[in-house]
Design a protein around this ligand. Sequence first.
Ligand SMILES: Cc1cc2nc3c(=O)[nH]c(=O)nc-3n(C[C@H](O)[C@H](O)[C@H](O)COP(=O)(O)OP(=O)(O)OC[C@H]3O[C@@H](n4cnc5c(N)ncnc54)[C@H](O)[C@@H]3O)c2cc1C
Length: 309
Amino acid sequence: MADILVYVPNSGKSAAETLTLGRSLGQVSAVAFDDSAASLAAEYGAAKVYRVTAEGADDYFVDPKASVLIDLAGRVGPDAFLLPGTDEGRALVARLAVALDSGFLTDVSGLDAEGTATQDIFAGATVTTSKITKGINLATVKPGAVNAEPAPAEPETEAVDAAVAETDKRVKIAERVDEPAGDRPGLAEADVVVSGGRGVGSAEDFALIERVADALGGAVGASRAATDAGYYPHKFQVGQTGTTVSPQLYVAAGISGAIQHRAGMQTSRVIVAVNKDVDAPIFGMSDFGVVGDLFQVLPQALEEIEKRK
Ligand SMILES: Cc1cc2nc3c(=O)[nH]c(=O)nc-3n(C[C@H](O)[C@H](O)[C@H](O)COP(=O)(O)OP(=O)(O)OC[C@H]3O[C@@H](n4cnc5c(N)ncnc54)[C@H](O)[C@@H]3O)c2cc1C
C-alpha cells in the first residue's frame, strides 16, 4: 500500500478534503502541529499522526514548518505528499519541492494511484491531466474539489519535538489580527453561498443578499464589480482573483457571469441565477435561472424559504 503524507494545518474543511484524497491513494500519515489538527486526522482516517511541537514556529513565516515537513518527508519516504491548497500550503509545497528535488503540482482537483493529477486551468474552462516525472507526488489540493468523507480511525501517534533553526527565522510575523468570526460560515467552506453583483446597486441593498444568505444558513459572496464599487468588502469576492467556492448551492443575484467570476464558483453543485437580462451569460451555466429584478425575486424567495422552515 502506498504511503501518503498529509500536512494537516488545522481542523478546517480543506484539511479534511486533503485527508480524504490522501486516503483514496493509500495509507495516510498526517503531520499535525496542534491537537485540533490531530483530532481531524483521526476523524478522517489517518493511520498515523506525527504530532509536532515546534515552540515558536508560529512567530515566523512558513520556514520552520517547512523544515519539519522536509525532515519528515526524508524520514518517511512517502509515495505522495499532499497539502491543502491554501496560501500556506502553496508556500510550503514550493520549499518542499526544492529541498526534496521533486516536481510538484498545485491546486489539483484529483490524483490517482498512478500519480496522474487533474487540474482546472484557464479559469476552469479546461481540465488538464499531468504527472510528476521527478521525485514524489507532491501536490496541493484545490479547496472544494474533493468531498470530505470522515472515516474515524485510531491512529498511532508519534511525538516530534522540533526546534526552530536560526536560518528559519528570516521572516518574523509582527502582528496577527483575528477577524470576528460572525454567525455566518466562512466563504470557502460554506455549503450555501449567496452572492450579489453590480446589479445589487448599493452597499445598503446588500442587506437583501445577507438576509437570503442568513435564511439559508449560508455565506455572502460578491462579484468583483460589487466589491470594487464598495458595495461589499473585498475579502468576500468570489472568482479568479478572489475566493474559490464549491458549495452545494450557489445563488448569483445581479451577476452577469464573466469568466473571471465563473472561475471561482462553477464547480458549485447547484447554481441559481437571478438576473433581469435574459441574455446574461450566467444563465448558460445555471441549473435554475430566474429572469427578473432581484428586488422582486429575492423577497419572494425569502418568503417561501421562511414558510418552509
Ligand atoms: C484579471 C481580472 C480578474 C478578475 N477577477 C474577478 C473575480 O475574481 N471575480 C469577479 O467577480 N470578477 C472578476 N473580474 C471582473 C469580471 O471580468 C467582471 O467585470 C465582473 O465579474 C462583473 O461583475 P458583475 O457580474 O457583478 O457586473 P456586471 O457584469 O456589470 O453585471 C451586472 C449584472 O446585473 C444584472 N442586473 C442589474 N440590475 C439588476 C436587477 N435589479 N436585478 C437583477 N439583475 C440585475 C445585469 O443584467 C448584469 O447582468 C476580473 C477581471 C479581470 C480583468
